[in-house]
Write a protein that binds this ligand. Structure first.
Ligand code: 5RP
Length: 227
């Protein structure tokens, strides 16, 4: 099964987990796109009655265009279930997210959710975490100095640009610095250090957040958090 088929398969599987009357967090990315498609099918064909809270303008536009009712996070007490993608996941179900530059809203939605499920293909499993740049969302002011600080700390920072060579600006008007690390041996320590740096708004290490990870493949595998 090719990667696109795997993403479709796992997106559809995740949509089958959504129950009537749920408030559902909708993540961001190419895998979540298939989940939102499948969820909208259920809304249309089965009359599934749900409310969505989104993590990016992209997902909000897709969901709204497909007839899913979207509300602001502050309009709900909490979220029953959030389905999101991930860039890398280790055996403890901690991960790297933010490849699609939506990490800030993704983390805010996640910590306000009773349950978080990530949907991935097998290429995303990595222990230790690594093999994918770690995104850090930063304020635009003084970004050059932050890049210097990260470089001195051997974190191999690169300011994210789009295909046209323009600096990527997030939905919140910030920049992304990608840290090109081969392996992250101690994600908790790095997460703590990053959170302490002035100018850092959020980083893409998602520790202790996913309750389950659904892995696409010839057979779907569901991994459960142990602690
Ligand atoms: O964190 C994310 C966006 O900020 C995505 O969930 C992550 O990048 C996975 O995306 P995809 O399903 O396209 O591989």
């Amino acid at each position: 099964m090719d990667i696109v088929e795997q993403k479709k398969q796992v997106g559809k599987y995740a949509a089958s987990l959504v129950e009537d009357k749920m408030t559902v967090g909708l993540g961001t990315g190419s895998t979540v796109k298939f989940f939102v498609d499948a969820l909208a099918e259920r809304v249309k064909n089965e009359g599934l009655d749900i409310i969505g809270v989104t993590t990016s303008n992209r997902t909000a536009e897709q969901a709204t265009s497909l007839g899913i009712k979207i509300v602001d996070l502050d309009a709900v007490e909490n979220i029953d279930l959030t389905i999101d993608g991930a860039d890398r996941v280790n055996q403890q179900l901690d991960g790297i997210k933010g490849g699609g530059a939506a990490l800030l809203f993704e983390k805010i939605v996640a910590i306000n959710s009773k349950q978080n499920i990530w949907i991935v293909d097998e290429t995303k499993l990595a222990d230790p975490l690594g093999g994918f740049p770690l995104p850090v969302e930063v304020v635009t002011y003084g970004v050059g100095h932050l890049i210097e600080l990260f470089a001195k700390a051997d974190l191999h920072p690169v300011l994210r640009k789009d295909a046209a060579g323009e600096t990527v600006v997030t939905d919140n008007g910030n920049y992304i610095i990608d840290l090109h690390l081969d392996q992250i041996e101690n994600p908790v320590e790095l997460a703590d250090w990053l959170a302490q740096q002035v100018g850092v708004i959020e980083h893409g290490l998602f520790i202790n957040i996913a309750n389950h990870v659904i892995v696409a493949g010839e057979e779907i595998k569901v991994l459960d958090r142990k602690n």
